[in-house]
Design a protein around this ligand. Structure first.
Ligand code: ARG
Length: 395
């Protein structure tokens, strides 16, 4: 039974189309939806809509739903179309009229935004932890190998000498920038949307401050219409952070694929981190790094998908917004896994000091030679030409 059923049959094809992959996706939200519903039930008790025993009974059944969802015995059917409906139906089946009261003072529009924010908060905390672990792996890599010199490249050609500290420090600094972005998005997310209904408030006295406190938000998102307008926009912000992270991982992967190239051999990947070829017995391929690199393109696509979904919509809820869910869920999974894999690679990467030192060939010091002449008083351009001439003759 759908929440909006009024005795008029819905075409089955229409139902299947509008439901889409919501039953599968909403399974990931059940726990958060239930937690938000518990806070909602306690709020309804506070304002006198539910009795104490009714609120308690609702919270108990919601806890049961969380358990069942964890063990895989809670399901969302096509007929129910989404998790919000499945939860209310379950409550009504178990509690009768008491269950029918849970939707007082809410709409699925604010319900879904609330559940999503609780989910995003946890996911972003997980990303932050993984970001921190990668930063730590960079730091220990620098402590272990940092003083070893390395050729620096521009245009994929030798440029000037550098060190492993500088190289790995660049990747660390990029991830620290991403952490700043992440904190900004976490602050934007930290506004409680619950109690704003369909986007125009609730014609009943409710306690939004209480909901915010119960759900661990530091403030309420005041304007009810803005709550709906920020759906999709916030998802775009999340995806921007996630695609930034994946783009930085993409560069790290490209560097590592290049530096572990057997012809260069500056770095070595442990055998357990490589894959083989079905035809060429000697191959040790950096597939892990290639997939991390490749996923950056998927992330850019997902970011674009979400950002453009919100364009041209008038203010308020639109079903288009349902389509943002799968993009964000996919992105969290890809970036979480990629950060984990990148950390493992950095923790196990070996540096071949001999190969690094052998690679410090004379042309890397050409700019250095120019500056020694500049120190002696020669104009820069003249010194530059003089050294260029020496290298030309030397070849
Ligand atoms: N599955 C819907 C979504 O993600 C839930 C909200 C439905 N609201 C509505 N007015 N049809 O957007």
């Amino acid at each position: 039974m759908r929440l909006w059923e009024k005795g008029i049959p819905t075409d089955q094809k229409v139902l299947a189309f509008t439901t889409g992959d919501d039953p599968q996706l909403d399974m990931q939200l059940i726990e958060y939806d239930c937690r938000a519903s518990m806070a909602h039930a306690r709020m309804l008790e506070r304002v006198g809509v539910l009795s104490r025993s009714e609120a308690r009974a609702i919270c108990d059944v919601l806890a049961e739903i969380i358990d069942r969802a964890r063990e895989g015995t809670f399901t969302i059917s096509l007929e129910e179309e989404d998790g919000h409906t499945a939860i209310e139906n379950y409550l009504t089946k178990r509690l009768g009229d008491t269950g029918k009261k849970i939707h007082t003072a809410r709409s699925r529009n604010d319900q879904v935004v609330t559940a999503l924010r609780l989910f995003y908060r946890e996911q972003l905390d997980g990303i932050e932890t993984r970001l921190q672990e990668l930063i730590q792996a960079f730091q220990s890599f620098s402590r272990q190998w940092g003083t070893i010199p390395l050729p620096g490249y521009t245009h994929t050609r030798k440029a000037m000498p550098t060190t492993i500290t500088i190289w790995v420090g660049a990747h660390q600094a990029a991830m620290e920038d991403n952490r700043l972005w992440l904190h900004t998005v976490q602050t934007l997310l930290d506004q409680c949307p619950a109690g704003t209904g369909a986007g125009f408030g609730i014609p009943l006295k409710i306690d939004r401050e209480f909901l915010a406190r119960e759900l661990g938000f530091s403030r309420i998102q005041e304007n009810p219409l803005h709550v709906q307008n920020s759906r999709g926009k916030l998802e775009g912000d999340i995806l921007h952070v996630l695609s930034n992270i994946q783009l930085d991982l993409n560069r790290l992967a490209s560097d590592l694929i290049f530096f572990t190239l057997p012809e260069l051999g500056y770095f070595e990947l442990p055998d357990a981190f490589t894959t083989g070829s079905s035809i060429m017995p000697h191959k040790k391929n950096p597939d892990v790094l290639e997939l991390i690199r490749g996923y950056a393109h998927r992330l850019l696509g997902l970011e674009q998908e979400v950002r453009s979904l919100t364009a041209n919509l008038i203010s308020g809820y639109h079903r288009d917004l349902q389509l943002t869910k799968s993009a964000v869920f996919q992105a969290f999974s890809i970036v979480g896994q990629s950060l984990e894999m990148a950390t493992l690679v950095v923790q196990h990467l070996q540096v071949n000091e001999t190969r690094c030192r052998q690679a410090l060939t004379p042309e890397l010091y050409a700019t250095e030679a120019v500056y020694r002449l500049v120190e002696k008083g020669m104009p820069f351009r003249e010194a530059y030409r003089q050294v260029a001439e020496q290298f030309r003759k030397g070849r």
